[in-house]
Design a binder for this molecule. Structure first.
Ligand SMILES: Nc1nc2c(ncn2[C@@H]2O[C@H](COP(=O)(O)O[C@H]3[C@@H](O)[C@H](n4cnc5c(=O)[nH]c(N)nc54)O[C@@H]3COP(=O)(O)O)[C@@H](O)[C@H]2O)c(=O)[nH]1
Length: 724
C-alpha cells in the first residue's frame, strides 16, 4: 500500500522552477521536498523514502544520470521522472535505460506533470500489489508444501495411466520407498496382489466432490518401512485411502477429460492392530492363547453343518484336569496358570491342525475332532492326551503331577446342537471322574441321571454339616508285640438320608472341589478331640488319636491356630494328636508344609505320612519336616508274598523309618501271613481288618475298655475279636 499522500523529491538547480513545482504539487495534494544541490539529493534519496523523484538532468557537480545510476546501484525504491530541458530522443532513451520511469521535457504544462505523476504512481501501485501478491503466493505455496510434506498421510497424484506423478515425503517414512522410486511407476507397484482388483476399481471410479471414493482399505508393500501389520507380512502396511478424479476442460466445447486421480492414504496399522486385538480377545482365552468357548462353538457349528452334508461324525471331548485344584490352591495362581498353559500346550501337541482345542475356563478344556468316521479316532486322541498329561510338568523347578478325565460326545448320535454336545461330553467326563478311575468315556444316556445325582450330591454335601449327618468311625492301631492299642485313626462317614452310609472316597474329593473341606476337617478335629476328652476322663483313652488332613487344609494359614485352639478347648494335650497327611500334599508345597507342620509340632502334635511310598517319596523332605510316623500304604501290604524272599518296598520303608528314627505303621493288614511277614521285618505297629474294622463310637469305646481291662488283667482280650 502506498501512503495516503505520496512523498516527492524535486531536484533542480533552478530554485525558481522548484518553487513553481512545489506550488503546483502542493495544490494537488502532494507532499514535496525541494533540492537545488544535486550532491544533497543523493543523500536525501538514500535516507528519505520518497515515492517519486522529479529529476533534472543537467546540474552542476552531480548530474541527473549519475543520480539515477546511484539509485539503481543501491536499489533505492524511488521511481524517477526525468524533467529535462533536452528534448533529444537519445537523451530520453538514455534516461529510460538508466531506470527513469518517465520523461518530461521543459517547458511542460501543469497537466502534463500531473498526468506523468498519476501514471507513475498508478504503475508503482500495481507493481507493489503484484509484489505483495507474489509474496503471499510464495508464502501460501510454502505453507501448502509444508502441510503436504508434514502430513501424517500419504498424498498422491496419479496420471491418467495410473502412474504416480506426485507423492509427498511421508511415503518414504511409511513405506520405505523414496519418491524417485515411485514417480512414473504404476500404482500396482505398491498395492498387494490380493488387493489390486479393489485398487483398480477404486482408481477407475473417477468420482469427484462428495461422490469421491472414501475409506477403501488396501494393503501396500513396504520396502523395510517402519509400518507393517502383524496379521500380514511385515512387508505390508494397511492403509485407508480416498481417491478423487482429476479433470481438465478441453477444446471449444469445454468437455471434461479425466486426467488422473489424487487422494490421501492413511496408515491404519495401529487401528487394525487394535481391532485385531479386540477380535482376538473376543475369541481366545488370554491365559493359554487357545480358542475360547465362542470360537469353539463357531467352529463346532461349522463342522456340524458340514457333517450334515457329508454324513461324517464330529467328536466333542470334554477334558477336566484332575488334581489341578489342589495345585492351584496350595501352590498359588501363578504356578496354576503356568500349569494350565503347559497342559494346554501338551494337549495341542496331541492334535492335528484341523482339530480345535479350546479352554472353557478353570481347568476345563474341550476338543473338537471334525470329520471322524467312528469312535476309534476319539479313543486314540483321548489315550494320547491322558498319556501326555501323566508326564510330570516341571514348573519353577518343581515336578507337578496331574491327570485328565475325558468325556466324549459324538454328533449326531449324542446331540444335534453345539450346546447339547458340549453338555453331554461334560456329563460323560463327570461319569469318568465319579468312577475315580481317570481315563475317558463316551457319553451314554444312563450317564445323564448319574450326572444329576452328582449335582444332587453336591447340594446334599453343602447341607450335611448343618444337618449333622457326619459321623466319625475309629480304627485301632495295635502293637503286635503286646496286642495293645497304641492309637486310633478317625475315619469320617456320611450318613446320607437316602443313600445310606457313604465313605470318604465318594465325597472328600467333592468337598475339596467345592471348598468345603476345611470346614469338614475342623468339624472332625472338634468332634474327635471332644471324644478324646471324654475317654481321658473315663480313663480309657488311647495314647494317640490320628486325624486325616486333606491336601487343601494346609493352604489355610489358620489351620495351625484352629487346631491348637480346638485342643485347648477340649483340654487335650498336643502329643495325644497325630495328623496324617499325604506325600502329595507335602511335595506340592514343601515350604508351606514345613512352616505349618513345624508350628504344629512345636505344640507336641505328631505328624504321620499317610500312604508312604505311593507318591513322590523324597528323602529331602524327611530331613526337613518334623515327621514322627511313616504309614506303609495298604497297596504294599496287599502285595506281600511270604513265599518270595526278595527285598520289597516295605523293606526299604522300614529301613528308612528306622534310619530316621521314625515310627512305622503298616495299614491294611488283612491276613496273619501279612502280619507275620511284617513282624519278621521288625514292623510291629499295624492297622487293618485282621485286627479291627473302623468302628462307630460305642464299639470302639467297648474295645478301648476291654483293652484297658486287658492291660490291667493281661490275656483277657483277643485283638481280632472285633472284626465285623
Ligand atoms: N481329609 C480327610 N480324609 C479322610 C477322613 N476320613 C477318612 N479319610 C480318607 O479317606 C480315605 C478312605 O477312608 P476309608 O474309606 O475310611 O478307608 C479307611 C479304612 O476303612 C481302610 N482300611 C483300613 N484297614 C483296611 C484293610 O485291612 N483293608 C482295606 N481294604 N481297607 C482298610 O483304609 C482307609 C484308611 O486309610 P488311611 O487313611 O490311609 O490310613 C482314606 O485315604 C482316608 O485317609 C477325614 O476325616 N478327612
Amino acid at each position: 500500500m502506498l501512503p495516503a499522500s505520496p512523498t516527492l523529491l524535486a531536484v533542480d538547480d533552478e530554485p525558481r522552477l522548484l518553487n513553481s513545482m512545489r506550488d503546483l504539487l502542493s495544490l494537488n495534494g502532494y507532499e514535496v521536498d525541494l533540492e537545488s544541490d544535486s550532491r544533497n539529493a543523493i543523500e536525501r534519496l538514500r535516507t528519505g523514502h520518497y515515492d517519486i523523484a522529479l529529476l533534472d538532468l543537467k546540474m552542476p557537480h552531480v548530474n541527473g544520470q549519475q543520480i539515477m545510476q546511484y539509485v539503481a546501484q543501491h536499489n533505492i525504491p524511488t521511481d524517477i521522472i526525468v524533467i529535462s530541458g533536452e528534448a533529444s530522443f537519445e537523451t530520453a532513451v538514455e534516461a529510460l535505460r538508466l531506470g527513469a520511469h518517465d520523461f518530461l521535457t521543459k517547458p511542460y504544462t501543469p497537466e502534463q506533470l500531473l498526468k506523468r505523476l498519476d501514471n507513475t504512481l498508478a504503475q508503482r501501485r500495481l507493481r507493489r500489489d503484484a509484489t505483495a501478491y507474489q509474496k503471499r503466493l510464495r508464502n501460501s505455496e510454502k505453507l501448502h508444501r509444508f502441510l503436504v510434506n508434514t502430513s501424517p498421510d500419504i498424498i498422491y497424484v496419479l496420471n491418467e495411466e495410473g502412474c504416480f506423478t506426485f507423492l509427498n515425503k511421508r511415503v518414504t517414512q511409511l513405506l520405505g520407498f523414496t519418491r524417485d522410486d515411485l514417480i512414473d511407476k504404476h500404482y500396482t507397484t505398491l498395492v498387494h496382489e490380493e488387493d489390486q482388483e479393489l485398487a483398480r476399481f477404486t482408481f477407475n471410479e473417477r468420482r469427484t466432490g462428495k461422490r469421491a471414493t472414501h475409506n477403501v482399505e488396501l494393503r501396500l508393500r513396504t520396502k523395510g518401512g517402519s509400518g507393517g501389520h502383524r496379521s500380514f507380512s511385515t512387508q505390508l502396511m494397511c492403509i485407508e485411502l480416498n481417491a478423487i478424479g482429476l479433470y481438465s476442460s478441453t477444446g471449444h466445447d469445454n468437455e471434461r477429460r479425466h486426467v488422473g486421480t489424487y487422494g490421501v492414504a492413511r496408515d491404519i496399522s495401529e487401528r487394525k492392530q487394535a481391532e485385531e486385538t479386540i477380535r482376538y480377545q473376543a475369541h481366545h482365552d488370554l491365559l493359554t492363547g487357545l480358542p475360547n468357548r465362542t470360537l469353539f462353538k463357531d467352529r463346532l457349528n461349522m463342522m456340524i453343518a458340514q457333517a450334515r452334508r457329508t454324513g461324517h461324525k464330529v467328536a466333542v471331548m470334554f477334558i477336566d484336569l484332575d488334581r489341578f485344584k489342589i495345585v492351584n490352591d496350595t501352590l498359588g495362581h501363578v504356578i496354576g496358570d503356568q500349569l494350565l498353559r503347559a497342559a494346554g500346550q501338551s494337549m495341542q501337541e496331541c492334535l492335528r491342525d484341523a482339530d480345535t482345542l479350546a479352554r472353557l475356563g478353570g481347568d476345563e478344556f474341550v476338543i473338537l475332532l471334525p470329520q471322524v468316521t467312528d469312535h476309534k479316532s476319539a479313543s486314540a486322541v483321548s489315550s494320547k492326551i491322558i498319556a501326555a498329561l501323566k508326564q510330570p510338568f516341571v514348573i519353577n523347578q518343581r515336578e507337578l503331577f496331574i491327570s485328565a478325565s475325558i468325556g466324549i460326545a459324538m454328533f449326531p448320535d449324542d446331540g444335534s446342537t453345539d450346546d447339547e454336545l458340549i453338555k453331554n461330553a461334560d456329563i460323560a467326563m463327570y461319569s469318568v471322574k465319579n468312577d475315580s478311575r481317570g481315563g475317558y468315556a463316551f457319553y451314554a444316556q444312563a450317564m445323564g441321571s448319574e450326572f444329576s445325582q452328582h449335582m444332587d450330591l453336591e447340594m446334599d454335601l453343602r447341607r450335611a454339616l448343618s444337618k449333622e449327618e457326619f459321623a466319625v468311625y475309629y480304627q485301632p492301631q495295635f502293637d503286635t508285640t503286646n496286642r495293645r492299642i497304641v492309637g486310633i485313626e478317625a475315619l469320617l462317614r456320611w450318613q446320607h438320608p437316602e443313600r445310606g452310609m457313604l465313605y470318604p472316597d465318594s465325597f472328600i474329593p467333592l468337598a475339596e472341589e467345592i471348598d468345603l473341606i476345611s470346614r469338614i476337617t475342623l468339624w472332625v478335629l472338634d468332634a474327635t478331640t471332644a471324644q478324646m476328652r471324654q475317654w481321658m476322663d473315663a480313663g480309657i483313652a488311647p495314647p494317640r488319636l490320628a486325624v486325616n488332613l486333606s491336601a487343601l487344609d494346609l493352604k489355610h494359614t489358620t489351620i495351625v491356630d484352629e487346631t491348637i485352639q480346638t485342643l485347648q478347648r477340649h483340654g487335650v494335650p498336643g502329643n495325644r494328636l497325630e495328623l496324617e497327611i499325604t506325600e502329595t500334599l507335602i511335595a506340592q508345597d514343601i515350604t508351606r508344609a514345613t512352616h505349618h507342620l513345624t508350628a504344629l509340632s512345636h505344640h507336641g502334635i505328631n505328624i504321620a505320612i499317610d500312604d508312604f511310598g505311593t507318591g513322590y517319596s523324597s528323602l529331602n523332605y524327611l530331613h526337613r519336616l518334623p515327621i514322627h510316623t511313616l504309614k506303609i500304604d495298604r497297596s504294599f501290604v496287599r502285595d506281600i508274598a511270604p513265599e518270595r524272599n526278595e527285598r520289597s518296598v516295605i523293606d526299604a520303608i522300614i529301613v528308612m523309618a528306622h534310619g530316621f528314627n521314625l515310627k512305622v505303621i503298616a495299614e491294611g493288614v488283612e491276613t496273619e501271613a501279612q502280619r507275620d511277614w511284617l513282624e519278621q521285618r521288625n514292623c510291629h505297629t499295624m492297622q487293618g481288618y485282621l485286627f479291627s474294622r473302623p468302628l462307630p463310637v460305642q464299639d470302639i469305646e467297648e474295645l478301648l475298655r476291654a483293652s484297658q481291662a486287658d492291660q490291667e488283667n493281661p490275656g483277657l482280650i483277643q485283638a481280632n475279636r472285633h472284626n465285623a
